[in-house]
Ligand binder design. Structure first.
Ligand code: GAL
Length: 370
């Protein structure tokens, strides 16, 4: 009998070791929630993130929520029901995810806010670019291109198109640009002929190209049809810049080249830059954003410190560690990793080829996605 009991206990021990080993061996599961596929960059983000995590041995669930907040809530709820170990979310509405963020907190599922901050304290971590700097680069580009610092008595007419007010980034982009230009507006060197300089007046729901187009057409018809010169139009990203450039082409009678800014390096906008319909874009290497996100996720899931020391794991990716700029609620700051954006114009398009994410077309004139 004794022999049987000791054999039985040995069997239980072997089985429990196997179960623990198998539990440890089961790949960690990450949920990746992207906002939409209708805005070009998120297709790249989703692909890079999924590939990076799978290559590192994780199981990755990737969803796109068609720019519908309710769908994103359902997508994240479903991921949580599938027992994921970590959430990576680019929010459609930074204030629209409270129910699922509260559930993630209850179930102790860590959340990385990806690119766009989420206004809920369940979010401890934020990986993005320095969004204020993105806008600042756009404002500085206009300042330099018009040589505003040496304008003397010359005045310039310009307009603004900002992003989606539900997107926490949009305010940072607009403020970064406006803070560069507001002094020139105040002293009359820059005249915003439409008078629209408030973020809510110039914001574009869902970053929609069509919405940006129709607003720009209205402004051109109302304020520039009398021959008033338009010198610049500051757009916070490429999808809105595409609409503004189309309006200028169809509804602006002036023969001067209008400075148009953008962000993201969307293929159609890079064509517009070659063709002179857009002047610059602020490029954000989203492949690098995925690298940083993976390293942060690995540290979180392994219980390693999530602090400035992680930057050593990012290779040659330039990134700042920040714990005082982005808060999810008053006094609750996210541990943030902020990558560095790059200005791209027709003079340095080769940079996008050199980093391996784009290629020249057969005639070496336009860039294509790789
Ligand atoms: C922002 C993002 C930008 C911009 C926009 C449209 O949050 O940081 O890259 O393109 O969304 O998707």
């Amino acid at each position: 009998m004794k022999k049987f009991v000791s054999l039985f206990l040995a069997l239980i021990m072997v089985l429990s070791v196997c179960v623990i080993a198998s539990a440890d061996a089961a790949p960690k599961k990450v949920g990746i929630s992207m906002p939409t596929q209708s805005l070009e960059r998120w297709n790249r983000d989703g692909e890079y993130l999924k590939n990076q995590f799978e290559a590192a041995g994780y199981e990755a669930i990737l969803t796109y929520s068609d720019n519908k907040n309710e769908q994103q809530v359902n997508d994240i709820d479903n991921m949580l029901s599938q027992g994921i170990d970590l959430l990576i979310i680019s929010a459609i509405d930074g204030e629209g995810l409270n129910t699922v963020m509260d559930r993630a907190a209850e179930e102790a599922v860590p959340v990385i806010a990806y690119d766009r901050l989420i206004m809920n304290d369940a979010v401890e971590y934020y990986v993005s670019f320095d969004n204020y700097t993105v806008g600042k680069l756009q404002g500085e580009y206009v300042e330099k291109a018009l040589d505003l610092a040496n304008a003397g008595d010359k005045t310039y007419n310009m307009e603004f198109t900002a992003g989606d007010p539900a997107d926490n980034n949009a305010g940072y982009f607009f403020n970064g640009a406006y803070d560069v230009l507001k002094g020139y507006i105040a002293d009359g060197k820059i005249i915003v002929v439409s008078g629209q300089t408030d973020f809510q007046q110039v914001a574009t729901n869902q970053w929609s190209t069509d919405t940006a187009l129709s607003r720009a057409q209205n402004i051109l018809a109302s304020y520039y049809a009398d021959g008033t010169t338009l010198d610049a139009w500051l757009c916070s990203n490429d999808s809105t810049a595409a609409g503004v450039a189309q309006a200028i082409e169809s509804d602006y009678a002036g023969d001067n080249a209008v400075i148009v800014t953008g962000q993201d390096g969307d293929i159609a906008n890079l064509r517009n830059i070659v063709d002179g319909k857009q002047t610059m874009t602020v490029y954000k290497n989203v492949a690098n954003e995925a690298v940083v996100t993976l390293e942060v996720a690995k540290a979180i899931l392994s219980g390693a410190p999530v602090d400035e020391s992680l930057i050593a794991n990012f290779g040659d990716v330039e990134c700042a560690f920040d714990t005082t700029s982005y808060f999810t609620s008053e006094g609750h700051f996210a541990t943030s990793y902020l990558l560095v954006p790059t200005v791209v114009t027709k003079d340095n398009l080769q940079y996008l080829v050199d980093i391996g994410l784009y290629q020249w077309d057969a005639d070496q004139v336009y860039l294509l996605a790789k």
